[in-house]
Ligand binder design. Structure first.
Ligand code: AMP
Ligand code: TRP
Length: 327
């Protein structure tokens, strides 16, 4: 059995991109592997935020994850700040991470360009991510495609630390790999960029049916299909990508045929998509309501998750401190 770790920022909204790119895979993997999943609130403080807002968003993310099928009875689910070893290993990894590698990270450059003044924490964000993963000596990391560069850096950090402090025999830290899905990059409803909270082009996993429809109706489709009578090309249509994720194989086939022959207009196709999304989303919304109704149970689950995580994290740190002469 291999160890799996992944994290998600408490952005407040778990959206369809997160779900298809990563979280659906967490749900599948938890049955077969030793899985540890974390809501990374310490990553979220690398950009300006309001404390009460962060507290609420962290909670909402936990509720959404469990509603989406992450089962705290089967895997380990916890909030990052409940396990202080993350920040300790983060500091240690800062000492083996080349500055140039950090400055090259696409996500850093993109986020930094949107800030008036850039804090060191934003630059060091991927070092904390490497600490998250390696603290549990995880080798598989289910994420969307946008995290591949960060994982390359995690491997580099593992290699450098091993070369310096574990050059005898077995490497202490494994080199973690990204576990990608066929839906590794979901585009936003505008069809312009990946689906992302900061772009305002998302569908929330807990969004009510009518609100989902208000977003689907004007959403971008095949850019070459101008009139209803024009035959379309499903492969370049954003809505078709969502059909492949949510609709049955028979529905996907019907959609493709009707698009190519201009049998249906885009609205017809979107109506079918809306129905198939509801099949997945309605039970998730119901579960979220149930979970949110028993906050004390949620606290207990998170405390149990954090305790399990700390047991593994603590053991790693004993070894790390010893090998580095800081025990
Ligand atoms: P974040 O919301 O940035 O913390 O991302 C949480 C997880 O969702 C990460 O594994 C991301 O790679 C994944 N993810 C975020 N947006 C998308 C998207 N548009 N398509 C596929 N995966 C995504
Ligand atoms: N940076 C990741 C994101 O934005 C979140 C994250 C933090 C993460 N630590 C992690 C993902 C460890 C995987 C493993 O999506």
């Amino acid at each position: 059995m291999s160890r799996i770790f992944s994290g998600i920022q408490p952005s407040g909204e778990l959206h369809v991109g997160n779900y298809l790119g990563a979280v659906r895979n967490w749900v599948a993997l938890q049955q077969e592997q030793d899985c540890i999943f974390c809501v990374v609130n310490l990553h979220a403080i690398t950009v300006p935020y309001a404390p009460d807002d962060l507290r609420r968003r962290t909670r909402e993310m936990v509720v959404s994850l469990i509603a989406a099928g992450v089962d705290p009875e089967v895997c380990t689910l916890f909030v990052q700040s409940a396990v202080p070893e993350h920040t300790e290993l983060n500091w240690i990894f800062n000492t083996v991470t080349p500055l140039g590698e950090l400055e090259r990270q696409t996500q850093f450059k993109e986020k930094a360009s949107r800030q008036e003044s850039v804090m060191a924490g934003l630059l060091n964000y991927p070092v904390l991510q490497a600490a998250d993963i390696l603290l549990y000596r995880a080798d598989g990391v289910p994420v969307g495609e946008d995290q591949v560069q960060h994982l390359e850096l995690s491997r580099e950090i593992a290699r450098r630390w091993n070369a310096r402090f574990a050059s005898d025999g077995e490497p202490f830290f494994p080199e973690p790999r990204a576990l990608l899905t066929p839906t590794r990059r979901i585009m936003g409803l505008d069809g312009q960029a990946k689906m992302s909270k900061s772009m305002g082009n998302t569908i929330g996993l807990l969004e009510p049916a009518d609100s989902v429809w208000q977003k689907l109706r004007p959403a971008m489709t095949d850019p070459a299909r101008v009139r209803k009578t024009d035959p379309g090309t499903p492969e370049i249509c954003n809505i078709y990508q969502l059909h492949r994720a949510f609709s049955t194989p028979d529905e996907v086939e019907t959609v493709a045929v009707n698009c190519r022959t201009a049998g249906w207009g885009c609205i017809d196709c979107k109506k079918v998509l809306h129905e198939s999304m509801e099949r997945t989303l309605l039970p998730i919304r119901r579960r979220a309501e149930e979970i949110a109704a028993t906050p004390a149970r949620l606290d207990e689950m998170l405390a149990a998750g954090a305790e399990r995580a700390r047991t593994v994290a603590g053991a790693t740190m004993v070894e790390v401190r010893d090998r580095m002469g800081i025990a």
